[in-house]
Design a protein around this ligand. Structure first.
Ligand code: SD4
Length: 332
């Protein structure tokens, strides 16, 4: 039987919970108010890692002239895909353990239209094939041989994506055949790009050669809408980089957008998603994940499991790299 004292204790606990919830709710409310009072920053483009600077410059040429965010993100990430010196995206990407360069990409616009390709070989610009899937078919995702056939039918050229440099690296790796993902290095870094155009429309693109020396047939988060990328024009957009399996497990980018819908800032939403990953993995060794988000007011933010994630930002007044905050300083 509950005594009066128990009842008072319970009531006190109840009030504390109500208070905590109402504090959280008022913080969210404040964020919402702040956002609606702020002037919208547009156009704006952000993208993951150092290679984002060059990619943003190409996207900016389109945004700056009043072009669409969709054209901007496609043109932007194509720069990285076509750079043979970049070993994690497009041509020059490090191969899987059997020596095949297999590419994953997706694109999404302000009308929730999206397209993706996965496990695509011999085509330099998978993001443009993903856009064709979005615009010319009723499907969202094409994979492997079917995706390649589709690309060729659409006029894409077959290209050998395994550069001499990547082949040499793969042959060296084969001496030990040890799969050891290295975080924050150029062999494990996707480009994800988010843009808001002059009309206030958001789009995003994500493209990668995935983890170096992965199992043949492995597909990560980058071509999965809701995992590697998600856009909802009513709220914002998000993309992910890092260990794709961990991102897929929490439907990462969709979660970041939902958190922003509930009133969190882009930074807070990325942080909450990363914290969820940290909480749900017993072994975090080398498990780097970074999220990047942009809301429809042009506010942006990012957060990662480990120190070392950064993103490139370009607006009318800013062109800079931003280091994100992180959950853990060292990799163990
Ligand atoms: C993946 N997130 O395939 C992608 C690419 C990557 O660091 O390795 N990024 O898991």
């Amino acid at each position: 039987m509950k005594t009066r004292r128990d009842f008072i204790k319970l009531s006190a606990l109840g009030s504390a919970a109500v208070l905590t919830n109402s504090c959280l709710a008022s913080e969210k409310e404040n964020n919402k108010k702040k956002t609606s009072q702020n002037k919208i920053t547009k156009p704006i483009v952000i993208s993951t890692w150092n290679h984002g600077v060059e990619a943003n410059a190409s996207a900016w040429k389109i945004l700056n002239k009043g072009g669409t965010s969709l054209n901007a993100v496609e043109a932007g990430v194509r720069v990285t895909e076509s750079d043979p010196n970049n070993s994690s995206v497009g041509i020059g990407g490090l191969p899987d353990r059997d020596g095949f360069v297999t590419l994953d990409a997706c694109i999404m616009n302000h009308e929730n239209e999206c397209g993706a390709v996965a496990f695509l070989q011999d085509i330099e610009n998978p993001i443009s094939v993903a856009r064709k899937v979005m615009e010319d078919t009723k499907h969202v995702l094409l994979v492997g041989e079917g995706a390649k056939q589709f690309a060729i039918e659409k006029g894409f050229k077959e290209t050998n994506l395994l550069t001499e440099k990547s082949k040499v690296a793969w042959e060296k790796w084969k001496e030990q055949s040890k799969y050891q993902p290295v975080i924050n290095s150029e062999n494990h870094d996707t480009i994800g790009m988010l843009a808001l155009d002059e009309k206030g429309n958001l789009s995003g693109a994500c493209t990668t050669s995935g983890m170096a020396y992965k199992l043949h047939g492995r597909v990560g988060d980058s071509p999965i809408i809701g995992a590697g990328l998600f856009v909802d024009n009513e709220v914002g957009a998000a993309c992910a980089t890092g260990m794709g399996e961990a991102v897929i497990r929490i439907a990462g980018s969709a979660i970041v957008v939902e958190l922003m819908r509930n009133g969190l800032s882009p930074y807070e939403a990325c942080k909450e998603a990363v914290n969820r990953i940290v909480k749900k993995h017993k072994d975090l060794t080398n498990l780097q994940v970074g999220f990047l988000a942009l809301n429809n007011h042009g506010e942006h933010g990012g957060y990662s499991v480990y120190k070392g994630f950064n993103y490139a930002l370009q607006t009318n007044t800013q062109n800079e790299m931003i280091d994100t905050k992180f959950n853990k300083k060292s990799t163990r």
